[in-house]
Design a protein around this ligand. Sequence first.
Ligand code: NDP
Ligand code: HSE
Length: 461
Amino acid sequence: MTETQTRPERKALPDEAAGAEASKVLKVALLGCGTVGSQVARILLEDGDALAARSGARLELAGIAVRSLDSKRDVDLPRELLTDDAEALVDSADLVVELMGGIEPARSLILRAIRKGASVVTGNKALLAQDGPALFEEADRNNAELSFEAAVAGAIPIIRPIRESLSGDRITRVLGIVNGTTNYILDQMDTTGAAFADALAEAQRLGYAEADPTADVEGHDAAAKAALLATLAFHTPVSLDDVRCQGIANVTAEDIAAAKESGFVIKLLAIAELVRTGDGGAATEGTSVRVHPTLLPREHPLAAVRGAYNAVFVEAENAGQLMFYGAGAGGRPTASAVMGDLVSTARRAVAGAPGRTDTATRRLPMVGVEGIFTSYSIGLEVADQPGVLSRVASVFAEHGVSIEAMRQTLEGGAPGSGTGRAELRFVTHRATEQALAETVADIKNLDAVESVTSVLRVEGV
Ligand code: NDP
Ligand code: HSE
């Protein structure tokens, strides 16, 4: 630039003070004031100007519906905002944030909002995994928006990247740690040797667990998230019933110790993948969605996901491998995701734009156990007698399941005397779940086998 040239005058950036001038007001109804809802209320009350500058409208907290007006709250809130009449609150609002959880009355209240044209933000994966398609259709019909970034992996932006940033690519696989409670429990068991019950109690105290932690421990919470991720990633409806699900209740301290000794860590993984079945011209595409405890090599990036943190791996044909990592649960992190949805919903409302649609564009078949190949780790308690190992190995061979590695630990008795016991741990090459199930059933029937102590999938080898 020469000295004679003058710089164009800089346009002043709209700053947070400009938010105070926003002429449009959008009334926000908050349904629920628990771990997440109370943090959303705090942000709405504390950051009004900044939120107004970013969304183009003042987001006025019209009220907060709760079950009990007298419960102690995590944050100080004007008492007059609380109400036990959720329906009247919804009727008075432009935008609704549902953070009650559970199916009813959340479902009816969301429908009530949508039917009057009010957009809704929710973190309710249980409801969406059960009734998502019907709710999205109703939102489309009423030109309302239903956003749910907080429903999967807490603070991590994962819904928007899959739904928008990757909408021009072909996602082939999503692999994630999407439940903070179970990751916290498994991590505590692995690193401190904590007992399962103590680790769960601490996860509850820290606000990670669902109101009924069975949904976390049994894998149902992760399964609901897996269904949502698969629906968006593969553009096909996937419901909770389509997800094969196994929780962590049967993962023992012995499993964790054995995994550790062999250089593995156990994580509850949600896996959604496109699967090709059949050959050549007869090949068809389907999808498999499952949640189960999984052995991962300690050097795998997901193995480094500690505490209540979540991470989601996405593999897409053109983008390659992407990893999203962050806080997967807790009031403030989850409130961040809710607020992101709320601001972008408000922007669209200000612009008079129609709600975004999530309609699936195709219907892929779910692939059954015969089409899924995985490696397995199998633990057995056997009598320490000559020939036992070869009898067990021959059962693997009969079912075409190839053994990659085996480790034996002797417990008591003179070796091979028939008085002691041995623990055998096998790692297989990739096999179908069906072949593995038949192998395990036949191994259980061998006289020398006292019990099958664990059957865990292995990924990342
Ligand atoms: P909480 O159990 O902490 O809070 C639920 C709130 O909803 C409470 O304020 C409760 O009122 C209110 N509520 C429940 N039932 C009713 C009812 N029938 N009528 C009126 N109010 C009702 O839940 P969270 O904040 O933990 O979770 C909220 C949602 O966010 C859930 O869908 C959850 O799955 C999801 N989520 C939670 C995360 C987390 O880390 N906690 C992370 C990601 C998503 P009262 O206080 O009076 O009992
Ligand atoms: N209970 C859930 C978890 C909260 O532990 O991940 C976040 O969805």
